[in-house]
Design a protein around this ligand. Structure first.
Ligand code: TXA
Ligand code: MG
Length: 349
């Protein structure tokens, strides 16, 4: 199939194109669309055939559930058995926005969409194109990130096109997304609610609204024999093709250690890459250098992370060394994704 690639500005959604996209979804087809976090690969969340197509297009294991995206809080009721009072509070505080909540699913939601689970993940995103698109699609768009399984999530329309051209009917492209890593996922079916995947909405922000909240420990470290509660988090996601190692410690020690490793790798004839902060990047001896932004600016690091990882693939880099970043605020989410991309290889200096 040919993929129609439609470009528009985020602040000026192309209504004609989005209406056509909505018709595609209502007919059981697939459309990729921007959200404030990453691009999504959308299909009708209440249509089991559409969900099957999403798994096929992405090459994703079908036990890994999808998130249903809504564009009106009232539509949540149709998807879930009940709305716990705490979920109502979080919705009031953070929706529309980069927060996904897990509920007991209603009968209407097919098991194909939830990967066989009795629970469903729901998100009300905050992006002008996404909101019009979801409404035009009938209100319930199931969408994983629009990458092929195993690759970094797409933060640009071109990333989506690279991965999915010929596998989806249409791509709505409004340029670079604002946040750059996926939404925070909170399981509302347990007491206290539990963070399954860190994101822009941080533990501190959630605590301010709920008082107490648990965090799935596997989001911070790899635990032998303990599977993450969000099925998707068990896969080695977000991975560049080159071997990535994180170097953690005092800034000047990190700089020295990375340069030593880079020189050793070059002596072996390997093509090298580095992810460094603006303060250090000039000093590195790598073939390909990626500037992740200022050390204390975790928002910029988040926005650039997946793009940098893809760039290394394009540059055919064999080994990559990355500085560790601050774990303040969204830094926790950044380090969670970076650790997964590195298969948890960290050198402490
Ligand atoms: O920001 C985002 O959330 C993006 C945009 C497109 O909205 N979507 C996204 O979807 O990241 P995906 O499919 O790449 O990641 C969804 C994660 C997976 O780890 C999946 O296992 C988990 O959510 N998940 C979905 N439904 C779940 C459920 N019922 N219980 C536990 N985890 C669930
Ligand atoms: Mg994903």
């Amino acid at each position: 199939m040919e993929t129609k690639w439609i470009k528009m500005l985020e602040e000026e959604p192309d209504l004609e194109a989005i209406k056509e996209a909505g018709r595609i979804i209502k007919n059981g087809g697939l459309v990729a669309f921007p959200t404030e976090t990453v691009y999504g690969l959308g299909g009708d969340g209440l249509n089991k055939e559409a969900s099957r197509k999403i798994y096929a297009a992405k090459g994703r294991p079908s036990d890994n559930p999808l998130i249903i995206h809504i564009a009106d809080l009232a539509d949540l009721e149709k998807l879930v058995k009940e709305i716990p009072p705490k979920a109502k509070k979080l919705a009031d505080a953070f929706w529309p926005g980069p927060l996904t909540m897990i509920f007991e699913k209603s009968e209407q939601v097919p098991f194909e969409t939830t990967g066989g689970l009795a629970t469903v993940a729901v998100r009300y995103p905050n992006h002008p194109v996404a909101l019009v698109f979801i409404k035009e699609s009938g209100g319930f768009v199931a969408a994983p990130s629009a990458n092929t399984s195993g690759r970094p999530s797409p933060t640009l329309g071109t990333h989506v096109y690279e991965d999915l051209k010929g596998r989806i009917e249409m791509l709505l492209d409004s340029g670079e997304v604002g946040i750059g890593i996926e939404s925070t996922i909170v399981d509302m079916t347990v007491e206290p609610p539990m963070i399954l995947r860190p994101g822009f909405i941080t533990e501190e922000m959630l605590k301010e609204v709920l008082g107490h909240i648990d965090v799935d420990k596997t989001t911070k470290e790899r635990l032998e024999g303990v599977a993450p509660k969000a099925p998707g988090m068990k896969y080695r996601h977000y991975a560049p093709k080159g071997e990535l190692t994180i170097i953690s410690g005092k800034s000047e020690h990190v700089r020295e250690a990375i340069n030593k490793l880079l020189i050793e790798a070059k002596e072996k004839g390997l093509r090298t890459g580095v992810i460094g902060t603006e303060e250090n990047i000039e000093a590195y001896e790598a073939h390909v250098k990626m500037n992740a932004g200022k050390k204390q600016d975790e928002l910029t690091v988040a926005r650039r992370l997946y793009s940098m990882l893809r760039e290394f693939d394009e540059e055919k880099v064999d080994v990559i060394y990355s500085e560790a970043f601050s774990e303040n605020g969204m830094g926790q989410a950044v380090m969670n994704r970076l650790l997964k991309a590195a298969g948890h290889k960290v050198i402490q200096v």
